[in-house]
Design a protein around this ligand. Structure first.
Ligand code: PLP
Length: 430
């Protein structure tokens, strides 16, 4: 039996697993197997028919991944989760689970560049329109919705702007109409629990803070179990109508005996089955190692980032520092409402010398790594306009908050004096 706790520090060590049923091992074993022996033909038929639950094939489920799924669902206050091969796959499957050709979703403009590309291009090519709206006004979500809108999508703490998303405000609007809010909580795991504020689903990358060590790519979809799909049969047809891809199952009915898990079961047994973007058990093991220290690391990431933000604010070569601790008005209110665990580890800066100064600064960094990543234990830096956001048009870059001279810092857990020393010497060279 696993320990039942509401505290993040305990959940990440104990939720979903006590010891291995076969060996009593305390560390979660890596079940590096593709398939599982059936007890009999009847057992096999019952597993495929969803009459019994058990392992069939690692593309669809795996005992190591299962512990990660249970632990992350517990951390976020959800009912169940699905581990997938990347954060990108989590976003795609989370949307495809409720939307098809001819439908649309409404998404915040404040998105990771890769998600923007996925929504603006790939979704469009399969006939799902993404309507981008400015999250500054939550009502913009309502205005962009019509009878074919199947989901809202946003990030809790989107960079570069670091304007915390109005989770409750937008999920309230969606819930009136039967539209679930899907939140990417990648930059705020351990700091904010979007499901407690009304979001229905989380679709995040595990690659960043969850893993924390920059060694694996993975994603997670978490079902809040708090959305009444059955109450909206027209708005949510794919959970309420017979599904020809699974011998006519109606997901809200077929999964009823298991609790409010229609959304995540459907994603597993249809989308993951068919699209095959499974997480490897080895990566699930590595994410479990990272997850154990997530709350501790987040404390240090947040403390270091707060100090870096105030240090840079007073630096003569820096014209603008973007960090929730330095915001005021509505953006500060949102940060204080939703980021109960701290303001996060990301800091944006704009340098007096613009593009050239930004590039000189990055080239002069010695301890910070210059990489396309965030959330590593090590400190990282990048120039988004020429890298992560370079495939966006200038107008799209502006909408997401990327200016030519903007530098993104992902503050690590090193000693703060060493972080400040590296920033200081690089600014001297900028
Ligand atoms: N969401 C956010 C906020 C991200 O920063 C990223 C990657 O940088 C992703 C999703 C995509 O995750 P992955 O790289 O694991 O596919």
């Amino acid at each position: 039996m696993a320990v039942d706790s509401k505290h993040n520090e305990t959940i990440v060590l104990h939720a979903g697993f006590r010891n291995d049923s076969a060996t009593n091992a305390v560390a979660v074993p890596i079940y590096q197997t593709s398939s599982y022996q059936f007890d009999s033909t009847e057992h096999a038929a019952n597993l495929f028919g969803l009459k019994d639950f058990g392992n069939i094939y690692t593309r669809i489920m795996n005992p190591t991944n299962d512990v990660l799924e249970k632990r992350l669902a517990a951390l976020e206050g959800g009912v169940a989760a699905l581990a997938v091969s990347s954060g990108q796959s989590a976003s795609l499957l989370a949307v495809q689970n409720v939307a098809r050709a001819g439908d649309n979703i409404v998404s915040s403009t404040d998105l990771y560049g890769g998600t923007w590309n996925l929504f603006a291009n790939q979704l469009e090519q399969i006939g799902i329109e993404c309507r981008f709206v400015d999250p500054e006004d939550p009502e913009s979500f309502r205005k962009a919705s019509d009878e074919k809108t199947r989901a809202y999508y946003a990030e809790t703490l989107p960079n570069p702007k670091l304007h915390v998303f109005p989770i409750k405000e937008v999920s309230d609007i969606g819930r009136e109409m039967g539209i679930p809010l899907i939140m990417d909580n990648t930059a705020a795991h351990g700091l904010c629990k979007p499901l407690e504020h009304g979001a229905a689903v989380i679709a995040s990358s595990c690659t960043k803070y969850i893993g924390g060590h920059g060694n694996s790519i993975g994603g997670i979809i978490i079902d809040g179990g708090n959305f009444d799909w059955k109450a909206h049969p027209e708005r949510q047809p794919y959970l309420n109508q017979s599904d020809p891809s699974y011998h006519g199952a109606v997901w809200t009915e077929a999964t009823e005996p298991l609790g409010p898990v229609a959304y995540i079961i459907k994603a597993r047994v249809t989308l993951l089955r068919d699209e095959g973007t499974a997480m490897s058990p080895f990566n699930a093991f590595l994410f479990l190692q990272g997850l154990e220290s997530l709350p501790l690391r987040m404390e240090r990431h947040c403390a270091n980032a707060n100090e870096v933000a105030s240090f840079l604010r007073d630096h003569p070569k820096v014209t603008n520092v973007i960090h929730p601790s330095l915001m005021d008005g509505e953006f500060r209110r949102r940060a204080d409402t939703y980021l109960s665990g701290g303001y996060g580890g990301l800091v944006g800066i704009e340098l007096r010398g613009g593009l050239d100064a930004g590039q000189n600064f990055i080239n002069a960094l010695e301890m910070f790594y210059h990489v396309a990543n965030i959330g590593d234990s090590r400190s990282l830096a990048i120039h988004p306009a020429s890298t992560t956001h370079s495939q966006l048009s200038p107008e799209e870059q502006e909408a997401t908050g990327v200016t030519a001279g903007y530098v993104r810092l992902s503050i690590g857990v090193e000693h703060i004096d060493d972080i400040k020393a590296d920033l200081s010497q690089a600014l001297d060279a900028a």
